[in-house]
Design a protein around this ligand. Sequence first.
Ligand code: FES
Ligand SMILES: [Fe+2]
Length: 435
Amino acid sequence: MPQDNSPDRFADLIVDDRRDARFKVNRRVFVDDAVLRAERDHIFSKCWLYLGHTSEVPKASSFVARRVGGRPLIFTRDREGTMNALYNTCPHRGAVVCRERSGTRRSFTCGYHAWTFDERGRLMGMPGREALPPEATEDCKLDLVHVERMEEFCGFVFVCFDRHAMPLVDYLAGAAEYLAYVADQGEHGMEVSRGTQDYGIPANWKLLQENSVDGYHGVPTHSTYFDYLRTRDNSTFDGSRARGWVKNLGNGHAVSESIGVIPWGRPYARWVPGWGEEARAEVEEIGRKIMARLGPERGNVVVNGDRNLIVFPNLVVNDIMATTIRTFYPVRPDYMEVTAWSLAPVGESPTSRDRRMRNFVEFLGPAGFATPDDVEMLEMCQRGYANHAAAPWNDISRGMLSNAPVKTDELQMRTFWRRWRQLVSGDPSLELTGP
Ligand code: FES
Ligand SMILES: [Fe+2]
């Protein structure tokens, strides 16, 4: 008999049964407005969220406007060279003061009544200033408001709307090491390439976090891509071997990685036949230089490794055949907005950048060989959840009996869900570690 055994308490939406090695997620978490409200309050208002990369504000007066955790923000570098994260809302009547996506400017003028602010958010002037008392502008009272916290790690800049949050580096826990591997690709640092991918997916946001480290779906979902690789590279790769491993990095972050086995190579540092002989000398030279700079051990991880990293709650870094930074936010329980960028070493040669960008759009882009398949599958899941009352549970138990979980297991998702449950239920005693 079908039954709606949907729990009332948020903590009970996750079943973490270690004795029987079963892990279940109640499908209400993907459809319920009350769950989304709890996520806004306890996750998106409390966790560190990715704002942007330092390279996006490269010089004095550069700025980028974007939404983070549902809030419109302006990310600026002021004329003293300091980065700022400002709420993009006018202290007068609330209009967003910056309507451009990015650029360089020393002031922002609100379109409504023309109050003007500098790159630090300081009020510079307004028409008819004499109509307000002299003290109206004292103590920054009519300045743009700074986001409560902003910190950087290896070029990745995060904000947090909770002024009492732990320092970013503590929050990142083991994920910091992996962001550092990504940053180490570039001798002169990393930069976001021009251009942004913006798209929407009619599915719950958490499904994309799961999908981004899900090695189990590769072969069935992405058969078109593997067929294409076979044709292009004349390779015998079947994609079905579960190589590599997954790790809980603490605080809900996880990684799926391998070293030296991905057969389609790395665009900048590891040559495979698919690149063609003409690319061989350059790719191998890039690899040698990184090895010489970082030493054999770290160099091997950076040159030959691939990693899909999830930073709780909504940052993904796919460091595979290109490096993608991807973040997303729920507009509704069944709809998310996604933004993605390509990250590349500063000073990369035009040929290497070309290989990278082709990989970026070919596999990872919203019109590539992989992302549309993923989007479709997420949409199929979301449609299926209309049956959640009769068929209430997702099963995420793969690898719970394993001491060495691999990419096709689901430890990486359980890591996310354990942190999710701890935060939405407000019960810090709930376990974050486990099989
Ligand atoms: S709302 Fe910005 S100046 Fe009036
Ligand atoms: Fe996928």
